[in-house]
Design a protein around this ligand. Structure first.
Ligand SMILES: [Fe+2]
Ligand SMILES: [Fe+2]
Length: 303
């Protein structure tokens, strides 16, 4: 076994007193729009072509809004998936049932937190920032796939969140403290989710032959392509918001080049950094070395 995760230990950690939304976004606390929200490793706005420093900072903040909006969006399909998975085994392992319900409850809290963040952001930012959706339609599309493929997407997203915080956010002293605190509190609970997802993937892969696993990988990649089309659209929405708030209109060629650069930044944020996460790769390899190799082959396109 490539890990030592179990339901009892996860439950012990996740039932410790956690945080409330008011702790993370206290009433009256304001985002500082003079600062960056996102680490440059994910935002890639400081290296965007055609933008001066102020425009790069504003696009970085738009990306911060997008980041939490898209987390909220994916958590809207994670929540029903986890509940459905828990529903199939309500008797037997009591630690398991409680750990899975705790997981679902935390995701419901995160969805709520991200909506509250959206409200605060919109108050301070003078123009609306569009987000792909609606979440119900995206959730329905994704949940129509093989459950093992969906569980792999979720595992990918949870480990990705871990590496974003640890590798890029934690030691970045220039980020807006309120935004950074929000990422920190989200990360704290996600660490337990990643372990539960690992166990969920194992349970769903159990007893599958190689062909069955490869079919799930096909569908994991299909979901990835579906999300990628959404990311391309989102990169366009982000530039619309930048143009609206700065009053600047980008030339056609400028806009095209900037949109492509930012689409790649979103690909790295949500696809490549998950596909390449060592713990995600280990779960793939434990299922099937061929599955690991297939993902490793496509990952560079999303980095
Ligand atoms: Fe979450
Ligand atoms: Fe999560």
């Amino acid at each position: 076994m490539h890990h030592n995760f179990n339901f009892k230990d996860v439950l012990a950690i996740s039932s410790r007193p956690s945080w409330a939304i008011e702790d993370v976004l206290p009433p009256g606390a304001k985002l500082d729009f003079g600062r960056r929200f996102m680490p440059e490793n994910l935002a890639r706005t400081a290296t965007s072509p055609f933008l001066d420093d102020e425009e790069a900072r504003i696009l970085n903040q738009i990306r911060g809004h997008e980041y939490l909006a898209l987390f909220g969006l994916v958590e809207e399909f994670i929540l029903p998936f986890v509940l459905d998975h828990a529903r199939t085994q309500l008797s037997g392992d009591d630690h398991r049932v409680r750990a899975m319900l705790q997981f679902a409850s935390e995701e419901a809290k995160h969805i709520h937190l991200f909506k509250e963040f959206h409200r605060r952001f919109t108050e301070g930012f003078s123009v609306p920032c569009d987000v792909i959706g609606p979440p119900e339609a995206i959730a329905a599309e994704i949940l129509g796939h093989d459950p093992l493929a969906v569980a792999l997407v979720i595992l990918h997203l949870e480990w990705m969140t871990q590496s974003h915080y640890v590798d890029s956010v934690k030691d970045d002293g220039d980020l807006d403290p309120l935004f950074k605190g929000l990422l920190k509190h989200h990360w704290m609970e996600e660490a337990q989710h990643a372990k539960l997802d690992t166990l969920m993937v194992e349970a769903l892969a159990e007893g599958r032959d190689e062909a069955g696993i490869q079919r799930a990988i096909d569908e994991y990649l299909e979901i990835g392509m579906f999300l990628d089309a959404g990311l391309k659209q989102q990169a366009g929405f982000n530039l619309d918001a930048l143009e609206r708030v700065t009053g600047r209109t980008l030339g056609e060629a400028e806009r095209e080049e900037l949109a492509a650069q930012q689409h790649q930044a979103l690909r790295w944020s949500y696809l490549g950094s998950g596909m390449k996460h060592p713990n995600f790769v280990e779960s793939l390899a434990a299922m099937s070395p061929a599955a690991r190799d297939r993902i490793a082959e496509v990952a560079p396109a999303f980095c």
